[in-house]
Ligand binder design. Sequence first.
Ligand code: A3P
Length: 314
Amino acid sequence: MPNRLPLICPIKDRLRPADVSGQIPLHTLQHKQALGLKLHRRNSTKEQLRTLRLIKQLPRAIIIGVRKGGTRALLEMLSLHPAVVKASQEVHFFDNDKNYACGVDWYLKKMPFSFPHQISIEKSPAYFITEEVPERIFKMNPSIKLLLIVREPTTRTVSDYTQVLEGKEHKNKTYNKFEELVIDNNTCEVNTKYKAVRTSIYTKYLEHWLKFFPTEQFHIVDGDRLITDPLPELKLVEQFLNLPSRISQYNLYFNATRGFFCLRFNFMFSKCLAGSKGRIHPDVNPSIKEKLQRFFHPFNQKFYQITGRTFNWP
Ligand code: A3P
């Protein structure tokens, strides 16, 4: 049984129960959005903030990665919950020495305004693979909840490559083919010097995190399922965060044009993720794909063993 955070506050008392359709109470969300907009425009005075009892809070949970796992989708989907407020930008406090040197007050300032009963969440996917990060987070809050969203490692590697490729193309630069990067030309084996390959060896990084935090403080999200069937994954996260169940099917609808689930906050406001999420991947030589899958297989087995979560990865 995971060691849950104490209930952050009287959430249940403050939020009305979901209505019969399981929909998030409209007034809460409208208020949350109007507030966000107002504060975003920075036209709120200290007095208004005090009256509204809005504060900045350090995150109770952090999405630590993994890059291309679906970190943006997870953060946006969790923000459908009335008790969750998100830091919109990636904060990069713990992985960037310059930011870290600014101290925890700097970090706090980067957090969104929230009501005392709400929790702040941020995501910075580089946290997962940056060596200094676990210790730094531990020093800030040893009982913080850590969310790690993963995808089938070979797909994640291709996704990572595709993002970099697109960046190069925008700058009119050429880039190697995927196959050239993932295979070491001298040995004909998988090239573990290529960062996109290394990042997909999840156990390698998780084992380092486990020197600082017990497994109970991690929740693994299935990024592949978040694409095809997000609600069950979100329900598991709600449970892990000790939040009352509020995100419902009403809040998620499949957009055939985008080919992904999009978010419905209320009858007036819906949104899909930006076009940079859900890129078309290049075709990969099947034998190289198989070689990668074989390479990741033992690491995946270890990952299932450590996390207690099994995936249908090849
Ligand atoms: P692809 O671009 O490879 O398809 P991250 O936010 O960590 O960079 O992850 C990006 C990935 O999120 C995308 O990878 C996409 O598949 C996935 N994703 C999951 N749910 C999504 C959604 N509802 N809309 C768009 N992309 C989503």
